[in-house]
Write a protein that binds this ligand. Structure first.
Ligand code: NAP
Ligand code: ZN
Ligand code: ZN
Length: 349
C-alpha cells in the first residue's frame, strides 16, 4: 500500500485537517500520480457538509487533479513515468453498458460510476481525492494534460471545465445562438469562456456588480445584474439556452421566461434543496428544464485538447492547506476569482 498524507474532514461539521491514509499499490492497468495541484470545487464543500446527504467520513475531497506520473502498471500504454496527468470527478465505471461504451461513463446504466472521492470503489473501499499526495487510478480514467498550458490553471478544467463544456456542446452553443450563464463562479466563468469560444452571443447573469468588468473580460457580450428591479423584462423570449451554475436555492421562474419557444434551461448547479418549477412556465412556449452531469472521459480529453488549441485555462487564485477553511468560506460567499487551486507543496503547512 502507498502511504499518503492529505487533508480530510471527519464529519459534516468539521473543517479539513491533516490525515494519513493509504492508496492501493498500482495494478497492471493503474497509474500512480503524485499530485501537484487540486482545484477547490463547490461540490467539495457540499459533500463535506453533507448537503446532499451522501457524506462518508473521513472524506478527502478534491476532483480537479493535476499531477506527475510516478509509477505505471505493466499493461499501461497511455502514460509513462514523468508525464503530466489529470484526474477529474470519476475513477471507474462498469465499462460495458451502453452509456459506458458510448463514452458517457458518468451516466453508467448500471449505476456503477465510481466518483473520485466519497464513493465506494470496486474493491469495496472508499475513494480518497485530490487533497492528498497520491492517487492511483486505472489509466482509462486518467487524462493526458497539454504541456502548453499552466498546469495549476488546467486543474479546474477537470470538473468546472468539462461540466460546462459538455452541455454547451450538447445544446449546440455556437454562432447565431443566444446563450445565458447564471452565476459567475468556478463553473460560470468556464461556461463564459467556452460559449464565447464557440461563437455564441453570451450573456452573464450575476448578483454582483463587482463582477461586471470581469464577466466582459471572460467573454460576456452583456452582463445582467439580477439584483436590479425588473432585470428580466428586457430579454424576455430571446434565449436559446441558459446554463444555471448556481450552488444555492434560487428562483428559476424568471429564467424560464427569458427562453425562446423550445428553449432549454439546464442546471449543472446542485443546490441542497429542490428547485421549484411552475408548470405554466414550461408549458407556455414548449420549454425544457434539463440537467447535465460532468462529462465522459472521451469528451474530457476533447475539452482539454480544445483548451490547448485555444489557450483556455481557468482564472485561478492559488491557496494552501493552511488557508483551506478561509478558501471554503469565500467560495460559499461567492467571493472567489474564479477558482481556488491548492498547491500540494503546501500540504505540510
Ligand atoms: P461557485 O464557484 O461557488 O459558484 C457559484 C455561483 O453561484 C456564485 O459565484 C454566485 O455567482 C452564484 N450564487 C451563489 N449563491 C447564490 C444564491 N444564493 N443565489 C443566486 N446565486 C448564487 O461554485 P461552483 O464550483 O462553480 O459550483 C456551482 C454548482 O455546481 C455547485 O452546486 C456544485 O456542486 C455544482 N457542480 C455540479 C457539477 C455537475 O456535474 N453537474 C459539477 C461541478 C459542480 P454570482 O456571485 O455571480 O451571483
Ligand atoms: Zn467539481
Ligand atoms: Zn456502465
Amino acid at each position: 500500500m502507498i502511504k499518503t498524507h492529505g487533508f480530510a474532514v471527519q464529519s459534516a461539521t468539521s473543517v479539513p485537517a491533516p490525515f494519513d491514509y493509504e492508496q492501493r499499490e498500482p495494478g497492471p492497468k493503474d497509474v500512480q500520480i503524485s499530485i501537484d495541484f487540486c482545484g477547490v470545487c463547490h461540490s467539495d464543500i457540499h459533500q463535506a457538509h453533507n448537503d446532499w446527504g451522501n457524506g462518508n467520513y473521513p472524506m478527502v475531497p478534491g476532483h480537479e487533479i493535476i499531477g506527475t506520473v510516478k509509477r505505471v502498471g505493466a499493461e499501461v500504454t497511455k502514460f509513462k513515468v514523468g508525464d503530466l496527468a489529470g484526474v477529474g470527478c470519476m475513477v471507474d465505471s462498469c465499462r460495458v453498458c451502453a452509456s459506458c461504451k458510448e463514452g458517457e461513463e458518468q451516466y453508467c446504466d448500471k449505476g456503477e460510476t465510481v466518483m473520485t472521492y466519497n464513493a465506494k470503489g470496486k474493491d469495496g473501499k472508499y475513494t480518497f481525492g485530490g487533497y492528498g499526495e497520491n492517487i492511483v487510478v486505472d489509466e482509462a480514467f486518467v487524462l493526458t494534460v497539454p504541456r502548453n498550458l499552466n498546469p495549476a490553471a488546467v486543474a479546474p478544467l477537470l470538473c468546472a471545465g468539462i461540466t460546462t463544456y459538455s452541455p454547451l456542446k450538447h445544446w449546440k452553443a455556437g454562432p447565431g445562438k443566444m446563450i445565458g450563464v447564471i452565476g459567475l463562479g468556478g463553473l460560470g466563468h468556464m461556461a463564459l469562456k467556452f460559449s464565447h469560444a464557440f461563437g455564441a452571443k453570451t450573456v452573464q447573469f450575476t448578483r454582483s456588480s463587482a463582477k461586471i468588468a470581469d464577466a466582459k473580460r471572460l467573454g460576456a457580450d452583456e452582463v445582467i445584474l439580477t439584483k436590479e428591479p425588473n432585470w428580466h423584462t428586457s430579454h424576455a423570449g430571446t434565449f436559446d439556452f441558459i446554463l444555471d451554475c448556481v450552488s444555492a436555492a434560487h428562483d428559476i421562474t424568471p429564467y424560464l421566461a427569458l427562453l425562446k419557444r423550445g428553449g432549454t434551461l439546464c442546471t449543472v448547479g446542485l443546490p441542497a434543496t429542490p428547485l421549484a418549477i411552475s408548470a405554466f412556465s414550461v408549458v407556455q412556449g414548449r420549454k425544457s428544464f434539463a440537467g447535465s452531469n460532468i462529462g465522459g472521459i472521451k469528451e474530457t480529453q476533447e475539452m482539454l485538447d480544445f483548451c490547448s488549441e485555444h489557450n483556455i485555462v481557468s482564472d485561478i487564485e492559488m491557496t494552501s492547506f493552511g488557508k483551506i477553511e478561509e478558501a471554503w468560506e469565500r467560495v460559499i460567499k461567492g467571493d472567489v476569482k474564479y477558482r481556488f487551486v491548492l498547491d500540494l507543496k503546501t500540504l505540510k503547512s
